[in-house]
Design a protein around this ligand. Structure first.
Ligand code: SF4
Ligand code: SF4
Length: 444
């Protein structure tokens, strides 16, 4: 199926996928220590259910959801809880965490009961299972999946979209999963469609992954699932852009996909849903691309949640030379991290090492009003204007100019000839505005 609709803006960064796109997923061996963060999803932190010195088994509950918008967290292996404290998150802040010293036996806890007859199981029971298994969006956003599957009655859903776009340069984990676990992904798609009560399902894949398009098209022939081949353009994998590309529906300013009858789930999330339902397996591991020129052996790895980044690099043979930057995620939307003590999260799609030659040092210059950022912005914002407002601390103006619509895709900064830190400005504006709102609500 050709592209249906072309979203505004976007850019074409160097893809950088060839060093891992042909690498089959490898399963990491067991390690000695796992540090499992209790805040690795959008929403309330999870509440710990174990104590120091407790013995735990693989898949056992470590923390229960701290509210409806939260997620359960499970042990990645068997061992002893050696600490309940804090760990460093990718944003550089401390988050509560449970440290497990593995016993090396990897003994599984009593699994959740597999639901073999899911086609006749109620949508509510399937949704409860997805929540019980701690499934969150695995494309990077980490939004609890059961929440996305619970739209209010006045927001009817008629389209489910599986996101196999993987438009972030350098990442190939979703590509490999589509090639190596297509049936699991399709089972997950059918389960998600049953929960939502929809029959129209799209799988969006960019045309730089022709083998995945061909395989999934063949496997969905004669079904209500449509595999859509999309021309490569970043950030096509962002929800609002993907919905428009596939359906022509525009999510309104400040709105959500459910406002236009859509739910979007990553292909990795669909695979995790299938495992949770048909095997009773909680989400305690995921596929992550580990790549970059300084790395000895780039690859795609099935990693347990809680594996420290230091261990991940050792797994890949270490580095040929010191990286200038380590990015948690992809080069466009990932976070630059300064510690290898940070562990793998449920949402860690990639770990990217950049060498000195790949990290340009620029000094930000004044805006020359060239308009390139406006042309590139997929959300139709005025990034240059917003940036000046934010520099002048006019957060009120930035809010009026829809700063909250920014999806932090980085397209504006990518094209800016003045090398202005546009995304950082937008992030600052959002946090300042939210802090002011919180302060105002405490006063009232
Ligand atoms: S303003 Fe936000 S949404 Fe627009 S290009 Fe920049 S980062 Fe992307
Ligand atoms: S691309 Fe940079 S220099 Fe050009 S208008 Fe935008 S902020 Fe200004």
């Amino acid at each position: 199926m050709p592209d249906l609709h072309r979203f505004h803006g976007g850019v074409h960064p160097r893809e950088g996928k060839s060093s891992t796109s042909g690498n089959a997923i490898q399963t990491a061996p067991l390690f000695e220590k796992y540090i499992v963060p209790l805040q690795q999803h959008i929403g309330a932190p999870s509440k710990v259910t174990v104590a120091k010195k407790d013995r735990v088994l693989r898949g056992q509950l470590l923390a229960e959801p701290g509210g409806f918008v939260s997620a359960a967290i499970h042990a990645p292996t068997s061992g002893v809880v050696s600490a309940v404290g804090d760990c460093l998150g990718p944003a550089g802040t401390k988050v509560p965490a449970v440290e497990i010293t593995a016993d090396g036996d990897d003994i599984a806890a009593e699994p959740l009961a597999p639901i073999a007859a899911w086609e006749s199981t109620s949508p509510e029971d399937l949704k409860n299972r997805i929540a019980e298994a701690g499934i969150v969006g695995m494309g990077g956003a980490a939004f609890p999946t059961h929440v996305k599957l619970s739209p209010p009655p006045n927001k009817p859903i008629d389209v489910l979209i599986l996101n196999g776009v993987e438009c972030e340069p350098c990442l190939t984990a979703d590509h490999r999963l589509m090639l190596e676990a297509p049936d699991r992904i399709l089972t997950g798609a059918r389960i998600l469609a049953r929960v939502l009560g929809v029959s129209q399902v799209y799988i969006g894949i960019e045309d730089n992954k022709p083998d995945a398009i061909e395989l999934l098209t063949r496997k969905t022939e004669g079904t209500t699932i449509t595999v859509a081949s999309l021309s490569v353009r970043y950030p096509q994998g962002a929800e609002k852009q993907l919905i428009y590309a596939l359906t022509g529906r525009k999510v309104p300013t400040g709105g959500l996909p459910m406002d236009v009858g859509c739910v979007v789930q990553n292909v990795g999330t669909a695979a995790a849903v299938a495992e949770a339902v048909t095997e009773g397996k909680p989400l305690y591991e995921r596929v992550t691309t580990v790549t970059g020129a300084p790395l000895v052996r780039p690859g795609n790895w099935r990693l347990r949640v809680g594996t420290p980044l230091r261990t991940v690099l050792e797994l890949c043979g270490g580095v040929k030379y010191d990286p200038a930057k380590i990015v948690f995620g992809g080069p466009m939307m990932g976070l630059s991290v300064y510690s290898l003590d940070i562990p793998v999260h449920k949402s860690t799609s990639g770990l990217l090492l950049l060498g000195p030659a790949e990290v340009a040092q620029f000094t930000s210059q004044p805006c020359i009003r060239c308009g390139r950022c406006v042309d590139a912005c997929p959300m139709n914002l005025l990034p240059g204007t917003l940036s000046v407002e934010i520099e002048n601390e006019r957060f009120d103006l930035a809010e009026e100019d829809h700063a909250f619509d920014c999806i932090e895709c980085g397209c504006c900064a990518y094209v800016c000839p003045s090398h202005r830190p546009l995304v950082q400005h937008l992030r600052r504006a959002k946090s300042e505005i939210l802090a002011k709102r919180r302060a105002a609500s405490r006063r009232s």
